[in-house]
Write a protein that binds this ligand. Structure first.
Ligand SMILES: C=CC1=C(C)c2cc3[nH]c(cc4nc(cc5[nH]c(cc1n2)c(C)c5CCC(=O)O)C(CCC(=O)O)=C4C)c(C)c3C=C
Ligand SMILES: [Fe+2]
Ligand SMILES: [Fe+2]
Length: 345
């Protein structure tokens, strides 16, 4: 085989025990692209405060979502990898940014199992660019790849937030839910600190500096999480003919006291019922696999907040997971990346 695929996702703890969750949180939050403060202060903050305090609480949440196949995010990524291999006929592997399986061990396995390999296509399983998700995953895999001096080439699928095939797969996964008598659909994205958006602005003068920055054409958009989630939201709403006043977007999973992108999802769950939204649909397009942040934070906690504040029906729309159109989208993204490499040659 001359070509192979490597899916890269975020990763989950090895088990829902407090010890494994603490180890996972330490690795995750010590990443300089996630908590971007000097290493001395990051170490004090993460190892001294956040990980020890958060680990038992997060572990209890992981216990609630754990399945017989393990962590949902990993189990879904594994199934997706098998389906993609079946569909494309191309050997497909997966690794995680944090915890296991690590890029190092998977790259070694690929090298051992595919001696003829010439091109490995890495697919970061994030539709949108953020330094704390897409960028860190790509750089981590590249570091392991460069260290080992493999003979095969490594190529990377770019963020696909506005790729027609991804938008279509997402829209079709949402469409059946629109048959119900809903009042509003909320697109809830994982949040990031506003500072990260400013840092990723390659022009240094566009994001959050120009009025209505996300709508004004700029080279900054290639790296702007805020712009990209807005594009995904509007394009999916357009495909599904959802009226402008029937949808909105928000950001979840805030950590720490920094200013993160707003509006916050938890605030939306409180305010929407007061604005007359009794039947709510919630989609979460920043995640392509259901995980702690969707099953626990949206489906469980989110529903509770919404119902407590006067909401009547809360429906969570599952992530793309192992959806057939999503598998086809991944195959297309891989094909297009390989084609662009061949054109460059
Ligand atoms: C869009 C993808 C993601 C971005 C961007 C992102 C940024 C980000 N995350 C944290 C802190 C945590 N995130 C946690 C879980 C988690 N995050 C993502 C994706 C993105 N994170 C996923 C898919 C998951 C779920 C993992 C799973 O096992 O199911 C957690 C761990 C759980 C918890 O204790 O809440 C933390 C911590 C920061 C600080 C950040 C940007 C700076
Ligand atoms: Fe996160
Ligand atoms: Fe922007």
């Amino acid at each position: 085989m001359k070509t192979a695929i490597l899916l890269v996702n975020l990763g989950s703890p090895d088990s829902p025990s407090t010890k494994d969750v603490r180890r996972y949180l330490n690795e995750f939050l010590m990443d300089e692209r996630v908590i971007d403060i000097p290493k001395f202060w990051r170490t004090l903050l993460v190892k001294g405060i956040i990980a020890p305090l958060r680990a038992p609480k997060s572990a209890a949440k992981y216990v609630r979502i754990w399945t017989e196949d393990g962590a949902p995010l990993i189990a879904i990524t594994e199934k997706l990898s098998k389906l993609l291999e079946e569909f494309t006929g191309i050997p497909t592997y997966y690794c995680m940014r944090y915890a296991n399986p690590s890029p190092k061990e998977v790259l070694e396995a690929i090298n051992d199992e595919l001696p003829e390999l010439m091109d490995l296509v890495m697919v970061p399983l994030y539709p949108h660019y953020a330094m704390s998700s897409y960028e860190t995953a790509v750089e981590h895999v590249k570091k392991a790849y460069n260290k080992a001096r493999y003979t095969f080439r490594l190529h990377t699928v770019p963020p696909f937030y506005k790729h027609p095939s991804y938008l279509n797969a997402l829209a079709e996964s949402i469409r059946p839910f629109l048959q119900s008598d809903y009042d509003h659909i909320l697109f809830s994205y994982h949040g990031v600190p506003v500072r990260h958006v400013l840092k990723s602005d390659i022009t240094g003068s566009h994001c959050c500096k120009v009025a209505d920055c996300c709508s004004v054409t700029s080279a900054a958009h290639a790296f702007c999480y805020l712009h990209q989630v807005k594009v995904t939201t509007d394009k999916v709403a357009q495909i599904l003919s959802i009226a402008q006043d029937k949808y909105s977007f928000s950001f979840q999973s805030r950590l720490g006291s920094d200013k993160w992108l707003q509006p916050y999802t938890a605030d939306a769950f409180k305010s929407l019922p007061k604005a007359g939204v009794k039947k709510l649909l919630v989609a979460s397009p920043a995640f392509v696999a259901d995980c702690l942040e969707t099953i626990e934070e949206l489906e469980d906690e989110g529903k509770e907040i919404f119902l407590k504040n006067g909401g009547e029906e809360f429906t969570f729309i599952p992530c793309l997971n192992t959806n057939r159109l999503w598998v086809e989208t991944l195959a297309l993204l891989v094909d297009e990346t390989l084609a662009s490499v061949l054109t460059e040659k």
